[in-house]
Write a new protein. Structure first.
Length: 260
């Protein structure tokens, strides 16, 4: 899956370069879709590939053993798709709503067996009964299906022949359909829980290319969750998992292809 997605992104990049070359081979080429950006409202869709990971802030006691981090995250490549709704504000500003569905799979590793040293309890945490951690206990493969609704304010430059650069920024409302937040089971039963409703901010830059029938926009977008996604384990669960993490936040870099 990952190798196929990488090849697809490379092929798409090569095609974009060919299209861009075709756009600028001659300075006498006529402008295309001249009135497209004068529409008050317009629509489209997009496809994207993601490099997605977690930003982790560790608990100073349960998440670290001296200077050694006990919890690590492994990034993954994923994909998504969505729709585009654009509202033209003026010649330089557009407001965009781009609801989409993002699929992600990440891996967290908990090398927290050394927390057995706190089994007798501390001033702020009760005692617990240590258990031996198996490989299945240490690794959590976290699959996420995210309903992502970004609202972006786009600032673009003047059109140069059949292209136009832009930057955009905004906020996202993100629903994790596989959060397990309402599950009574937790990591002791190998169920990782996170928040269902989340908020993020996004920044994006790209170039819009105009063709005879459509506008193609390759772009790079960064999306960073603002809230803590961690859901604490049950009170009777030893502090090997969620207790080792103070803050857990998704971060993603996206390569986006938009068609309008």
């Amino acid at each position: 899956m990952n190798k196929f997605l990488l090849r697809a992104l490379v092929l798409a990049t090569v095609n974009i370069a060919v299209f861009a070359d075709a756009q600028f081979r001659t300075r006498n080429r006529m402008d295309k879709l001249e009135d497209f950006d004068q529409q008050t409202f317009s629509w489209g869709f997009y496809l994207n590939g993601n490099l997605i990971d977690y930003r982790i802030v560790l608990h100073p006691r349960y998440g670290m053993n001296g200077n050694h981090n006990l919890v690590s995250s492994k990034e993954s490549i994923s994909f998504g798709a969505g729709l585009i709704g654009k509202w033209r504000l003026n010649d330089y500003l557009d407001l965009r709503v781009e609801p989409g569905l993002q699929f992600a799979q990440r891996e967290l590793t908990f090398n927290t067996q050394s927390n057995d040293q706190y089994a007798a309890g501390t001033l702020t945490n009760p005692p617990f009964t240590p258990i031996p951690l198996t490989e299945n206990d240490k690794v959590r493969e976290i699959k996420s299906t995210l309903v992502d609704v970004p609202v972006l304010l786009e600032l673009h430059g003047q059109r140069w022949y059949n292209s136009r650069p832009y930057v955009a920024a905004g906020v996202n409302y993100v629903v994790n359909l596989q959060s397990n937040s309402s599950s009574e089971d937790d990591n002791l039963q190998q169920v990782f829980r996170s928040t269902t409703h989340n908020f993020a901010w996004s920044a994006e830059m790209g170039i819009q290319f105009y063709f005879n029938k459509f506008k193609l926009t390759p772009a790079i977008r960064g999306t960073f969750f603002m809230n803590n996604e961690k859901v604490a384990d049950n009170a009777t669960t030893p502090p090997y998992w969620s207790a080792a993490v103070s803050t857990l936040q998704t971060r993603a870099i996206m390569f986006v292809l938009k068609f309008e």
